[in-house]
Structures are given as C-alpha cells and as structure tokens.
Design a protein around this ligand. Structure first.
Ligand code: V0V
Ligand code: CO
Length: 146
C-alpha cells in the first residue's frame, strides 16, 4: 500500500546553487546527500515533514553526473523542473507486482538501490499520464550500537 509522498524529484543543472536557493528562500536544509552512480545522479534530500506511516516526505534535488543518464537527457530536453514523484510503501516488491498486473510498465524486474539505502523502482511515464512515478521502500532504521 502506498502511504505517503516520499519525495518529489527536481532536476537541476547545479546542485549546490539549487540547494542554496531552497535554503535561502524557504529555510530547508540538506538532510542527506550522496552520489548514485547507477542512476547517474548527485542528489540532496531536503526533509519537509514526517508522515504518519513512520516515514517522511522530502524534496530530492538531482544533478546529473553524466549527459546520457535519465536526468541528463531529461534536462537537455526540458530544462530544470519537476522530474518525478515518488510514493512510499513498506512493500515495494508487492506493490510493483500489483501495479504491473494492472498493465503499467514497471521499469525494473527487481528494485534497485535508491537514496539512503532505500529500494526503488519506476513506472513508465507514458503509462502514468505523463508522470514518471517511483515507488520507494526506505531502509530499516538501524538500532544504535551498544
Ligand atoms: C522521459 N519522459 C518523461 C520523463 N522522462 N515524461 C515525464 N517525466 C519524465 N521524467 C518521456 C519523454 O518526453 C518521451 O516522450 C518518452 O518519455 C521517452 O523518453 P526519452 O527521452 O526517449 O528517454 P528514455 O525512453 O530513454 O527514458 C525515459 C525513462 C528513463 C523514463 C525510461 O528516464 C528512466 O529509466 N527513468 C527511471 C530512472 C530515473 O529517472 N533515474 C533518475 C532519478 P515523447 O517525447 O516520446 O512524447 S534517481 C532517483 O530518483 C533516486 C536515486 C532515488 O529516488 O533514490
Ligand atoms: Co527519486
């Protein structure tokens, strides 16, 4: 079951300048940043709010690490802007299978690694009324070491 908006993915040319815009304009701070080589992105997660399912909602600012990546190609065609929306679920495998059974193209056979150790997959935008849609299961919260 999809229980939150996990994040909105925003493509940008210059991550540092875009992070600074969100900080200076709205006061949002970077919660986490990383490079995901498989996806070809350098990204910053800005936490907006926590959610009743124990998760949170973020803005995900994305700068391509190479021109032929999904975000690189999209930026060259469209310029900066909203790139995808991501729904959070406790069961990305089960929800992706259910959605595939409804005839929507799920882009990966198995979920891949996303931000902060999450497991992610994508639905084809042409099957979702023009919206690239991601499904996310967050990594389990690690218990503190003794
Ligand atoms: C492409 N299209 C889009 C779109 N990207 N429509 C809406 N939103 C987007 N973001 C449209 C495009 O305009 C074309 O329509 C058509 O789909 C085919 O696009 P294309 O430019 O020929 O590109 P493709 O087919 O090579 O790739 C499109 C897909 C690709 C969606 C298959 O971008 C993909 O695999 N995306 C999933 C991975 C991803 O986006 N990773 C970056 C975020 P017309 O012109 O033919 O009508 S990584 C992330 O979110 C992480 C790590 C995380 O959350 O943790
Ligand atoms: Co994303």
């Amino acid at each position: 079951m999809l229980t939150r908006i996990d994040h909105i993915g925003i493509a940008c040319f210059d991550l540092d300048r875009t992070v600074e815009f969100y900080r200076a304009t709205y006061g949002f701070e970077v919660f986490h940043s990383e490079v995901n080589e498989e996806q070809g992105v350098r990204e910053a997660m800005l936490k907006i709010n926590e959610t009743s399912d124990g998760g949170a909602s973020y803005l995900q600012l994305l700068e391509p690490t190479r021109e032929d990546s999904a975000v690189g190609k999209w930026l060259a065609k469209n310029g900066e802007g909203v790139h995808h929306i991501a729904f959070g679920t406790a069961d990305v495998d089960g929800d992706a299978a259910d959605i595939r059974d409804k005839g929507v193209r799920v882009l990966y056979d198995q979920p891949r690694i996303g931000s902060m150790g999450s497991r992610i997959t994508f639905l084809h935008p042409k099957d979702c009324h023009g919206v690239l849609t991601e499904l996310v299961t967050s990594a389990p919260v690690e218990s503190p070491e003794h």
